[in-house]
Design a protein around this ligand. Sequence first.
Ligand SMILES: [Zn+2]
Length: 198
Amino acid sequence: MSCLALNASYEPLMIVPSRRAIRLVLDRKAEVLEADAHRSFRSVREHHPCPVVIRLVRYVHVPRRFRRQVTNTFLFARDGYACQYCQRHKRELRNREFLTRDHILPISRGGDNSWENVVTACSSCNHRKGNRLPQEAGLRLLSRPVEPNHVQLVWAVRRVTPIQAKYIGMFFGEDAVPLEIGGRAPYQLRRRGGVRRV
Ligand SMILES: [Zn+2]
């Protein structure tokens, strides 16, 4: 069980383990906004319901450097686990194919690891592109890659509860609510035959 931590401004910040959330509450660094009445933890004197959503008492500035880290886990999640050139989802790859990180402007030609320069590519497309720009290799990107919101990435790879999703939706808008609990996916891929939810 994990807890959604909001900044003092109500901006969803991260998912933290319950134990960490409880520590923050007991240290009076956070207040409980939502709790699970069916689960409880014990402090020195009493039982408390387990926090599901907490809000930090003081505003925390999250450094941009932290937000910009591009791991493959987050990169593949941003791109809906689909190759951004041939549009195939991870499930549609053939036996020896796998998802890779492609640098649009290759590193050897001065490209970097920024969110704007990396995309998910299947191993076949990555191999075909080699040390070239997409247009030089006759490939076309599905969309221009952008830096995603950190929290959107977190929920793309982790599950959130409907109550936690409510707070995410309150801050970012209904469109930001994760797909599996009824919202629209933050990233959509264009496919033959229309727009597919990922
Ligand atoms: Zn591909």
